[in-house]
Design a protein around this ligand. Structure first.
Ligand SMILES: *[C@@H]1O[C@H](CO)[C@@H](O)[C@H](O)[C@H]1NC(C)=O
Length: 218
């Protein structure tokens, strides 16, 4: 009996590890899409909304919603991604922009690095964020620092998913996100000053960004 109990406990422990990380986090519905809903994610949204200008904030929210669709649908990501890291990385990826900037006059090339610093400060001041393991912090920081880089397979899945979500927003619907879904998300979080460029979505000012991401194709 004792042995039975022990092995049952062991099984429960093993199963428990798989369950709580990270797919069991609560979700809520945003524009028809299930997005992860935890206190630190809500605080990140409040922080971004209070600091960023509206155009950048809406771009970040759309990117998060698109990223959440991709994670749910791409088996390379589903249930393998730390959804809090993914959410914070996407919601905060552009906090390095000066909110007073004029979007029509190009972008600050240092905004990923400045954003990474702002995200580190956000975590350091946040009661839960300051308890985060350094490995999670580092992936989050990298997802912000590298959000303009090519999403190659050497990067952590979270970093790639952050980039994939914002690429849908910058280049238009593709792969796991349909035109209709894209349109309904844009209707809920309008583009503001971002320009729409035909069927490719609105153009990111950094035009050197690579096209096409093989892992996103069906
Ligand atoms: C951003 O989205 C909100 C709705 O979520 C909207 O009220 C606001 O006008 C949008 N901002 C811009 C710049 O379009």
């Amino acid at each position: 009996m004792k042995t039975f109990l022990k092995s049952t406990l062991l099984l429960l422990t093993i199963a428990g590890v798989g369950q709580c990380y990270p797919s069991e986090l609560p979700t809520r519905n945003l524009v028809g899409v299930a997005v992860t809903d935890t206190p630190i994610i809500r605080d990140a949204i409040t922080f971004a909304e209070g600091y960023e200008d509206n155009t950048v904030f809406n771009h970040s929210m759309r990117s998060w919603i698109f990223g959440s669709m991709i994670v749910a649908r791409n088996p390379a990501y589903t249930k393998l991604i730390d959804m809090e890291v993914h959410a914070l990385g996407t919601i905060l990826h552009d906090v390095g922009f000066d909110p007073k900037m004029d979007h029509t006059k190009g972008i600050d090339p240092d905004h990923p690095a400045k954003g990474a610093k702002a995200v580190r400060d956000f975590l350091a001041k946040h009661p839960e964020g300051k308890q985060w393991k350094e490995s999670r912090v580092q992936i989050l920081i990298d997802s912000v620092t590298l959000h303009l880089e090519d999403s190659d397979s050497s990067k952590a899945l979270e970093i790639r998913a952050v980039r994939d979500g914002q690429q849908i927003d910058l280049r238009g619907p593709k792969g796991y996100v349909s035109q209709q879904e894209y349109d309904s998300v844009v209707a809920a979080y309008p583009l503001g000053q971002l320009k729409v460029n035909g069927d490719r979505g609105h153009e990111h000012p950094k035009s050197s960004m690579p096209q096409g991401h093989s892992h996103m194709k069906r």
